[in-house]
Design a protein. Structure first.
Length: 597
């Protein structure tokens, strides 16, 4: 990888065709000059500070300067859609700060090259936030929250306020080298103003999914219409600090190989709402693949000096499982392997997924493992998802508090969980050297379910109504209504069902209940639809997004009222469509809950 630099304009025009005996004739060079250059009177940092508001969504019109003149700034383009990884945004930066523009147009880089100096008359433009991210855009009404926010402005609006000055100059802006540990928790207003949209470099980091294309389905991702639209890679520094590195499925480097070992990453630093976990946080966006440099391939197979990326001789087999430190260093490669460590606690859904080093109040769906049984630092743990079935029953601390401190080895996917290196979808496990019974229930493995009279947090339940039972959403299904299959109770009132095919996990939180598909994805409601979306989160839902939460009550006859907190819609079986939907009126039959006997 070559050192990062902002590429200058490569050519100014085509050469005129001549014979080999004549000197080439160049067209006249036109160097743009901005008439407003002499009127520049403001710095970007001062403008952002003046119009900053701590609200999550708002929009204001930029007025005149204190002397009655228009507010005019200048800066060089540091980010635009040159590779497809940044889309419909343009970023400029001066010596004080950076400013982002949200523009409803593609191919912005055809007119605004990286390194091009722009002079911008901000007066009468609009500045505000879209889901915590400060942008210059246009007023847009957010119906769900009944508030104005910063939407995308028309290209003509941007063009009417901007002048080009001089030729693109890649030497005009140097990336600022930052320590990731200083940034990840820097969320005070002055930090968001100063660092938001700045071109920065993080040195000595690793990227998860190394050795595989950026387009790696094992990496956390978001989907739309069944297709992946963004891969959320993670960069990790030498101290274990982490930050998302989103790579668009439309980026021209998405099929390039993710570099191995340690190196430097340069991009646009954004504090924004991320759809992968529906939270606002810092993330780094590559302008193009030149933002990756100096990777030393220290974790490539056969490396004679692997260093911290490849400690020990373990190979991830049952006889030689990876240690917790090794899994943390590997940083979610998306492969399957055996992992071992000591159970040190669990992650608390109701307290920002913090590590609880004990068993009291434990969730039954996860445990934390570490190198030693007395570890208390969350950053030194691996998050283990406990799948429904024998592994969950035998390992979880809610039912088995004596497991605290025991050694756990298991075989599963090395992938992010709770924003940490994790193990998910385990199919085999050993507790203190003893094999745990059967593997988790697979679709088609039936068991007896009994009618529920109450809901217990962390429990697995099936939805039944009029001899129809709800079916799990398929892995490639990201939204829709819940399909059903025939299910007639036995003479004793029990039903036959499968936890893997029909079992949904209900968990109580301070904001309401959450509902998880058997594969761990959360059911949530958005927009005006009577169906649900399926969202794979590495942490618990954001309490600010009420679409994830449900009010659940059970009547004397056993029927359950399952109402979405945000939309007020109730789950009902609709015989007309032979499926469960979520409706604002009486549409069908409410479900009865059944749980494994």
């Amino acid at each position: 990888m070559k050192p990062y630099r902002i590429l200058p304009l490569l050519a100014l025009g085509a050469l005129a065709v001549t014979s080999c005996h004549e000197d080439p004739v160049l067209p006249p060079m036109i160097v743009p000059e901005a008439p407003m250059l002499s009127k520049v009177n403001s710095k970007i940092l001062d403008v952002k500070t003046q119009y900053w508001n701590n609200e999550k969504n708002y929009i204001e019109t930029i007025g005149l300067a204190s002397d009655g003149e228009h507010v005019i700034v200048k800066g060089r383009v540091t980010g635009v859609d040159v590779s497809g990884n940044i889309f419909k945004y343009l970023y400029i930066q001066d010596e004080t700060a950076a400013l982002g523009f949200s523009i409803d147009a593609s191919k912005l880089s055809d007119s605004y090259k990286i390194g091009q100096e722009l002079v911008v008359d901000l007066t009468e433009m609009n500045i505000g936030k879209w889901n915590t991210e400060l942008l210059v855009g246009k007023p847009e009404w957010y119906e769900a929250q009944q508030v104005w926010e910063a939407g995308r402005m028309e290209l003509e609006t941007f063009q009417n306020h901007v002048e080009l000055n001089g030729l693109p100059n890649g030497d005009g802006v140097e990336p600022t080298v930052l320590d990731m540990g200083d940034i990840v928790n820097a969320t005070a207003a002055e930090d968001l103003i100063k660092y938001g949209h700045m071109l920065v470099t993080f040195n000595d980091v690793t990227i998860n999914g190394a050795g595989q294309p950026f387009a790696n389905p094992a990496v956390e991702n978001t989907q739309s219409g069944g297709a992946i639209n963004c891969y959320y890679h993670t960069i990790t520094d030498a101290q274990g600090n982490k930050m998302y590195l989103p790579v668009s499925a439309y980026a021209d480097f998405v099929y390039d190989t993710t570099p191995s070992g340690r190196g430097s990453v340069t991009g646009i630093l954004c504090y924004k709402y991320l759809s992968v976990n529906r939270q606002s946080q810092w993330a780094l966006y590559l302008v193009d693949s030149n933002g990756l440099s100096g990777f030393d391939n220290s974790d490539e197979p056969g490396d004679d000096n692997p260093g911290d990326d490849n400690p020990g001789d373990a190979d991830g087999t049952k006889d030689s499982p990876y240690t917790v430190d090794r899994v943390i260093a590997m940083n979610n490669p998306g492969t399957k392997a055996w992992v071992k460590g000591y159970i040190v606690g669990f992650y608390d859904y109701n307290n920002n997924s913090s590590l609880v080093t004990g068993a009291e109040g434990a969730a039954n769906s996860n445990v934390a493992i570490a190198m030693t049984p007395d570890e208390t630092d969350k950053a030194k743990t691996v998050a283990v998802q406990l799948p429904v079935g024998a592994i969950r029953s035998a390992v979880n601390l809610l039912d088995n508090p004596a497991n605290l401190g025991m050694e756990l080895a298991l075989y599963g996917d090395l992938t992010a969980y709770f924003g940490l290196p994790g193990v998910k979808n385990a199919t085999e496990a050993m507790l203190n050297g003893e094999a745990i019974g059967d593997a988790p229930a697979e679709p088609g493995e039936d068991e007896v379910f009994v009618k529920s009279t109450e809901v217990v947090s962390g429990g697995v339940y099936a939805f039944w109504a009029t001899n129809k039972i709800g079916l799990a959403f398929a892995a490639d299904k990201n939204y829709g209504y819940m399909n059903v299959s025939d299910c007639t109770p036995a003479a004793d009132g029990t039903i036959t069902a499968s936890a893997a095919s029909n079992g949904f996990t209900l968990t109580s939180t301070a904001d309401g209940w959450t509902i998880q598909n058997p594969d761990g994805r959360y059911l949530m409601m958005t927009g005006t639809f009577d169906s649900v979306n399926l969202v794979n989160l590495s942490t618990t839902p954001d309490s600010a997004d009420k679409g994830y939460f449900w009010n659940i009550t059970i009547a004397a006859d056993g029927t359950a009222t399952i109402e979405n907190v945000e939309k007020g819609k109730v789950m009902q079986f609709d015989s007309q469509y032979n499926s469960y939907g979520w409706y604002p009126d009486a549409r069908g039959t409410k479900p009865t809950l059944y749980q494994p006997k």
